[in-house]
Design a protein. Sequence first.
Lengths: 111, 111
Amino acid sequence: EPEVTQTPSHQVTQMGQEVILRCVPISNHLYFYWYRQILGQKVEFLVSFYNNEISEKSEIFDDQFSVERPDGSNFTLKIRSTKLEDSAMYFCASDREETQYFGPGTRLLVL
Amino acid sequence: DQQVKQNSPSLSVQEGRISILNCDYTNSMFDYFLWYKKYPAEGPTFLISISSIKDKNEDGRFTVFLNKSAKHLSLHIVPSQPGDSAVYFCAATGGYQKVTFGTGTKLQVIP
């Protein structure tokens, strides 16, 4: 069964550094999303992407964040200058018919 | 602003019995509802969904009930198995939009 994959599974970085989280959505899906879950909190929406552009973003998704679909398969989330509070699990998701399927997540730790 | 609420943070059920997980929502624009199962440090796994035009959807041991007038949905697991032990998230969407998650209910099925 097709699934969403994410790399890396873990990332440790210094505050102020740039990180890029990568996702390969399910191949025939059209909508792509990033969510995050800070430890002990609920899963929060960051951004949705359709037809090569952002369709919706949350307040969390400020100028430090960007998304890109550089080719036909990858979907990336970039954080330009990481802050301590960016430490979280980041989940990519994709959907075609309303049901979103999630990747296993990337655990980001900012020191 | 909690648009999706799961008021029970935890639930313990004996193996073989029924597990009932509840969820309430406030946003009338939601028209598609999902349940996800999640283990620590993993991505949410889609379980079952229901459209607002239905009041029940069944898939094996899992049944979701939707009461639109009460803005309430529930997930029934019958019979419960130890492998069902996980955190269950209720989620809602307006269709091809962000999924709004509840805070989760930790289910423990006791052998």
